[in-house]
Design a protein around this ligand. Sequence first.
Ligand SMILES: Cc1cc2nc3c(=O)[nH]c(=O)nc-3n(C[C@H](O)[C@H](O)[C@H](O)COP(=O)(O)OP(=O)(O)OC[C@H]3O[C@@H](n4cnc5c(N)ncnc54)[C@H](O)[C@@H]3O)c2cc1C
Length: 450
Amino acid sequence: MTSPSIAWFRDDLRLADNPALRAAIDRGEPVIALYVFDEESPGIRAIGGAARWWLHHSLASLDERLRDRGGALVLRRGPAERLVRETVTEVGAGAVFWNRRYGGPEREVDSALKSSLRADGLEVASFAGSLLHEPWTVRTGGGTHYSVFTPFWRACLALPAPRSPLPEPRSILGPTHMPPSDTLDDWNLLPTTPDWAEGLRETWEPGEPAARQRLKDFLEHDLPSYDRARDEPSAGATSLLSPHLRWGEISPFTVWHEAVGVEGAGGFLSEVGWREFAWHTLYHSPDLASENLRPEFDAFPWPPLNPAHLDAWQHGETGVPLVDAGMRELWRTGYMHNRVRMVVASFLVKNLLIDWRLGEEWFWDTLVDADEANNPFNWQWVAGSGADAAPYFRVFNPELQAKKFDPQSLYISRWAADAPTEPIVDLGETRKVALAAYEQVKRAPRTGRG
Ligand SMILES: Cc1cc2nc3c(=O)[nH]c(=O)nc-3n(C[C@H](O)[C@H](O)[C@H](O)COP(=O)(O)OP(=O)(O)OC[C@H]3O[C@@H](n4cnc5c(N)ncnc54)[C@H](O)[C@@H]3O)c2cc1C
């Protein structure tokens, strides 16, 4: 009588450097690879449209790779705690393994399952697969967590080096009888009426092999110009690894070890460090997407929402060329260059005086790399309410930013050649209004939430 091992896949849709999968294989019993599409557990944030598109293709790729090695993916949709337990019973599993998640609601699901499965006598183990350093291991001298990036990253670099990535399994012992599985099509993750995903299909190839290739190409061709050109949206100098990292198609350990020995990789790796910092911040402040990290920003006097302004911003119709180019790139491809993300976010929050949470929600729905930590963390960074945030008075001027980072208008003419040219607001006037509103924040009590 066998007692299969369940490798529960979550934001780690890969075979290489997947410690949970490795543990399941090493246990020597048949392996059930399980993915649960959970939008029902309390507090879990349903993923956005672009993310659903990515997830569909990434799961299809993972299933194919598992099948090539003798396994297959079992798909279930619903609350994870119930479905994992049901799967355990159905297959008579003796062990469940997973790589850790760091969002608050996810941690609650995982720890409840860990306790109940262990109480039933199962072997259960969780592993570090998504972050280079576990959030509870990076501590200030006083035992607290860091709220400023530079000392945080210095502390990370002083820790023992991240572990080496694990090799990809060559074969997987599947069960004799596969338990029933949903099909991906059952989940309707792809847009149909209308099918707006053409630009995503043109731009991206989800899945682990494409992620590995992207890292290789970046290190070979783009890394030398990264520090110089990473802020120029038309230069193609950044790695474009963010959706692959978001879905765990490649692990940060693999990225780290392949890049760390390459000359000039420090700047790139410190961006990977910002990803760590955002996730550690979420771990310590699970309400990152809804609450200002700095509570004094609760006093910010947001004016009543102007829906026409929000709509113009979302659809790249503001008449401000760099903003419209960015928002159109996002709509078409599910991605926007980092410099432009900062500019469009600053424009929304400080020129249109629209609450950062509405911008965060739009990005959540439209970005293929949208994740629970990086998205709200960066919105709060731009809004001034976040950890180690840009000072509020630093209002990005989209015209000066365009002159500096897109001097030949290559990016603007690619994405916003036919955009309106009359700005919907006066940049100088709205900046003054925003700075005046900020006076109320300055008068509010300053105590940290994070
Ligand atoms: C308002 C706003 C919202 C954002 N939302 C997200 C999001 O939902 N998901 C997301 O992955 N990134 C987000 N970012 C961060 C950043 O814009 C993207 O990670 C980056 O543009 C991805 O491109 P790349 O992979 O070519 O980056 P590279 O420059 O090649 O960087 C390598 C990796 O480092 C990480 N990284 C880079 N910059 C940051 C950063 N500022 N914060 C955290 N991690 C970073 C990413 O994982 C990235 O893939 C946001 C930034 C802003 C200003």
